[in-house]
Write a protein that binds this ligand. Structure first.
Ligand code: FES
Length: 94
């Protein structure tokens, strides 16, 4: 990992398992590619980020709050805004 990049900690949650991740700005072109690369979930991101399939829908929130909102992971850039977020990935694809 390059030392001049921001260090972004976040947690992926899938099937009840917690996956602490550290990444940096633009290591991945979107949250969808990060999730696909780290967890290889079948059927996730079927339209490869075109925003038309909905299979990359995740619930984005904070580790310190029960409030989360649905987002398309392919619309989310990997930057400091992801720092300390918790990304819950539904088992069912939409
Ligand atoms: S990858 Fe299809 S909507 Fe995000």
């Amino acid at each position: 990992m390059p030392s001049d990049k921001s260090n972004i900690p976040l947690t992926l949650v899938y099937k009840g398992e917690y996956y602490p991740i550290r990444t940096y700005v633009n290591e991945y072109c979107s949250l969808m590619t990060l999730v696909s690369n780290r967890l290889a979930i079948p059927g996730f991101g079927l339209c490869c980020g075109m925003g038309s399939c909905g299979t990359c829908m995740v619930m984005m929130g904070s580790k310190h709050s029960s409030i989360s909102r649905p987002v398309l992971a392919c619309d989310i850039q990997v930057d400091d805004e992801l720092s300390n977020t918790q990304i819950n990935i539904p088992e069912t694809r939409y």
